[in-house]
Structures are given as C-alpha cells and as structure tokens.
Ligand binder design. Structure first.
Ligand SMILES: O=P(O)(O)OC[C@H]1O[C@](O)(CO)[C@@H](O)[C@@H]1O
Length: 527
C-alpha cells in the first residue's frame, strides 16, 4: 500500500477516543455498541428460527446461523475486554487494505486505545465478516428488520409530505404543488421558499437514526416527526389532504399564481406562532443555508452527489430534496452514494434504496413477499397502506416518478468501499483505492453529505475547538479543485466546528448534552 499523505491514526488534532472516560466515544464503546451487537444476535436467532421446514437447505443455513451467533458473541467479548484488533479473514475486496492499515497504523492497538472513529468502523466491518464467511447469509442485512420497523412508524409523515408534493393545487389544475412552485423558474420566490423548507426537512430527517436509539421508541420517533412536520399533520389530520395548509411554503407561495395572495398570506402569518420548522431553525448552530442557496440558484442542469446516511424516513426526505433539485432544473443528474455493507445500523445500502421506492409505488396493493437474502421476512399486505385514495395515489405517483428517474439515469445509486473504510474524508483526494471515486465525484457541482458519521469523517473526528472554521476542519476537501460541498448534520457526537464565538457557551447553558442529543444541528458549507 502506498504511503498515505495523512496517517489515519494521527489526525490533525487529538482524536475523539473511547479512552476519554465520560466522552460519547467511551459511552458508545461501553454501552451502546454491546447493545447493538446483541441485537444482531437476536435478529439472526429469529431469522433462523423462522426458516421454513420445507427449505431443503434449512439444516445448512441453521448451522451457519449458529456460527454467526457464536462469532458475534466473540466480537462482543473482544470489545468489552478491549482485546487487540485482529486482521480480517474473509475475502471481500477491501480486506487487503483493511489488513495493511491495521498492520501499519494500528499495531498492538485495541478498541479503547485507537480513535473512536477507527474502532467503530472496525466493528461494523467485523460484523460483515461474520456474515461474509458463510454461504447462505453473506448478503443478509441484520439491521433490515429494525430499519423497516422504524420506517413503518414514519408512515404519517411520509404520507403527509407525499400528499403535499403530489396533490393538485386546485380542482382545475393538474400540476402538483411542487411543480407549481418551481414552474416560475429558479429565480422565483416560490422556488426559493421550497428550497428553504426542504433543506430543513432534509436536515432534520437525520434526527431519528437507529444507532443512536438503542431501543427505538416508535412513538417518540413519530412524535419527533410530527413536531417537525407539524403543520402538514395539522392539515392532514383535519381531513384536508390537499394543499390548503397555509403554514407551509410548499403549499402557499404562488400556488394561486398571484404574488399578492402570497403576500397577504405571509402578512397573515406574521400574527401567528412560528412554525415548528421555524422554531427548529434556532437550533441550527451554524447555518449556511443562504450560501448553499446562492450556489444552487446559479446551477442549471448540474450534477449533485448525495452521500447518503440513514435508510427510512431520512432517505425518503433525501429523495424529496433530490426530486426538488431535478424539477427546479438545478440538477439534471443526482448521484447517490450508498454503503456496500450494513453499516452503523441504519445506513442505506442499495437494497434499501430500491425497496423504499418499491414500497411507495406499491402503496395500497397486496404483495407476496419482501426478500431479505433469506426467505425469513414475509408480508402479505403492502408496507404503506393509507386508507385515503388520494394519499395512496400521492405515494404511488411519487414512487413511479422516482422509479422513472432511476430508469432514465437521472438518478443513479452507487457504492464504493471508501465509504465503509476506516478513512476520514481527508483521504478521499489522496487514497489510491478511492481514486476512481474521487475522479468521478470531481465532475459534480455539489456534494451533499448527510448525517453525523459523514460529518465526523469530514472533520476527521477530532477535538477541534468549536470556533474552528468548517473549511479549515475539512482540510484538503476545501481545496480549489474540489466541488462545493455541504453537510446536513444533526449533532450526535462530541465534535462540532464552525460556531461563532460564544455560541458553545450559550447552548451549553440550555442543554448540557447539546453535542450528542440530535436536538441541535449544523448546515455547513464549503464553496
Ligand atoms: O446516522 P448518523 O447521523 O451518521 O449517526 C450515526 C451515529 O453513530 C455514531 O457515529 C456513534 O455510534 C454517532 O456519532 C451517531 O450518532
């Protein structure tokens, strides 16, 4: 392996590490990861118990499943006893790089000695190894069921957004709300307002990820989404599934085609309570939305790359945002980057991506089976099943539109081992194994990084003072030959940069756990 221009074990500042007692890294290694690992054991146990007696390979599958359970149990033991890292033994294409990195940069290192970032990535790669060493379970995603369950609890929010985007704005009008908004062109007020609202929805979609919720309380997830999408739900719950919701820019501006009407609605709104999204805007501690808008506004038929984070509701709102960029004419292609292997519990793998779109266009239809890699999960009714025909139609239309984007190459979904390596994004321009990815991504106009882990990898997960400029913390990624990039991230790890002086002290007074609770966020832009 060629020598790296940045030694992954020596970031530019002291790394976050499990060795710092009381840090979130420590809590994660001590408490959170053992729970996550135990849930994998439970999942595999359930999966092999659900194997059909008529399956001729049942005995073989069962034997392999027991081996996986034993291996994962061993992994938990190594983690809890802080045993030294060992090399990987499977034959996946990234093994050589992992093993060379371990040997060169982490000799004699272990879970609590290494950086938190490395240890955590190593753990998920070891989980993959346990499955990769089998014949029948190599494609199995032990997190799929959890992702599915939580996404199901997002149905109300998903339906509400779909209805808002897809419903005609009035009876004589066949155009959907989003189309009306963007039909006035990129410079129009409606297009800008839709942008402002959708960036926030896209941002806060990152607040409910499964690795943070050890025991996801589905009611809490729903409540959070209800609060964020508050005004949409009020409209929906009052039986109004078309666009008469006055508090949302997706339904107000220009949908009556007169700016005057829009203005009077805005004036009327001034007397009202701020919307939930407006209230949440105060919690965006670095908010570069305006800089991002200036960039996006100047783009015509460009290329956007979205480095995805979580499946479920977050993926859904990412797709909504990508749809907006296409319909407004800012982007003619969107390249989505998913993970190659199950990662940090709820990260999107390509199967999740297609599955999500499938569930939308199949809304309300009966179907036979869902297929994870084994025959263990079966459902007899469709995943989304709203009783209202307009709601069903909105989901279906959205799903069909997105499927068309995929078929026409407007949207592309790719993976690369770089995203599930141990490397921080500092290494993207210089890592030989990522050269193809980097060369391709350089053709883009804008990179959008979703979520906490991507942010940690952007800023190398180290102990930066919070006032460090974002462009400094991302090192080589702020270089001249790199496209503009933005990170949409709710804060779930103890590293935050880009704050004005005094902000940290202020927010600390309000919430001691502000860095890790997912309640606060940043939208950080690098031109
Ligand atoms: O899904 P996200 O937003 O990348 O978050 C991943 C989570 O996992 C962690 O990396 C730790 O397990 C946290 O930093 C973060 O809360």
């Amino acid at each position: 392996m060629t020598t790296l221009s940045f030694d992954p074990s020596h970031p530019p500042k002291a790394p976050l590490s499990g060795s710092n007692c009381g840090s979130f890294g420590y809590t994660t290694l001590q408490r959170r990861l053992p729970v996550i690992v135990s849930k994998i054991v439970d999942d595999v146990y359930r999966a092999y118990n659900a194997l059909s007696d008529t399956d001729p390979l049942k005995a073989e599958k069962e034997q392999e499943a027991k081996k996986i359970i034993e291996t994962i149990g061993g992994l938990r033991y190594e983690l809890q006893r802080d045993k030294p890292f060992r090399p990987f033994t499977d034959t996946l294409p990234d093994v050589e790089e992992w093993n060379q990195t371990l040997a060169k940069y982490y000799p004699n290192s272990s879970w609590y000695k290494a950086s938190w970032l490395f240890s955590e990535c190593y753990l998920y790669r070891r989980v993959k190894e346990a499955f990769a060493l089998t014949q029948h379970w190599r494609q199995y995603d032990p997190f799929f069921e959890q992702k599915q369950t939580v996404f199901k609890s997002s149905q109300k929010a998903v339906v509400a957004i779909a209805v808002q985007l897809m419903s005609p704005t009035n009876e004589n009008d066949h155009l959907s709300a989003l189309d009306v908004l963007v039909s006035k062109g990129p410079e129009s007020k409606g297009t800008r307002e839709a942008f402002l609202e959708l960036t926030q929805i896209c941002l806060w979609g990152n607040a409910t990820d499964l690795s943070l919720l050890d025991n996801p309380d589905l009611e809490k997830v729903e409540e959070l989404q209800r609060r964020l999408m508050g005004n949409r739900h009020q409209a929906k719950n009052s039986g109004n599934s078309s666009n008469t919701n006055n508090d949302s820019s997706l339904s107000t501006s220009e949908d009556s085609s007169t700016v005057n009407a829009d203005q009077s609605q805005r004036e009327h709104r001034e007397d009202q309570e701020p919307t939930e999204l407006e209230k949440h805007a105060e919690k965006i501690l670095q908010n570069d939305t305006e800089l991002l808008w200036q960039k996006v506004k100047a783009m015509r038929n460009g290329r956007v790359d979205i480095i995805l984070d979580n499946a479920g509701f977050e993926l859904f709102v990412d797709l909504v945002f990508a749809d907006y960029l296409v319909r407004a004419g800012f982007a003619s292609t969107v390249d989505f980057h998913a993970k190659n292997i199950p990662w940090f519990v709820s990260d999107v793998i390509p199967f999740d991506f297609q599955w999500t779109i499938d569930q939308l266009y199949k809304a309300g239809e009966d179907e036979d089976k869902d297929n994870n890699a084994t025959d263990t999960s079966a459902t007899s009714t469709s995943f989304f099943n709203p009783s209202d025909v307009n709601e069903q139609k909105a989901l279906k239309d959205l799903g069909k539109r997105w499927q068309n984007y995929l078929q026409q190459g407007v949207w592309k979904v790719g993976t690369h081992d770089f995203w599930t390596s141990c490397f921080a994004f500092y290494h993207l321009p210089s890592l030989p194994s990522a050269r193809d990815l980097f060369q391709d991504m350089k053709k883009s106009d804008l990179w959008i990084f979703k979520g906490d882990l991507n942010y940690r990898k952007l800023v190398y997960d180290c102990q930066w003072p919070t006032t460090t400029p974002f462009t400094e913390a991302i090192g080589p990624l702020s270089g001249k030959d790199i496209p503009s990039l933005v990170s949409f991230r709710t804060c779930k790890a103890d590293v935050v940069v880009g704050l004005k002086s005094g902000v940290k002290e202020e927010v600390e007074k309000k919430a001691k756990d502000w860095m890790i609770s997912g309640e606060y966020a940043v939208i950080s832009f690098s031109p």
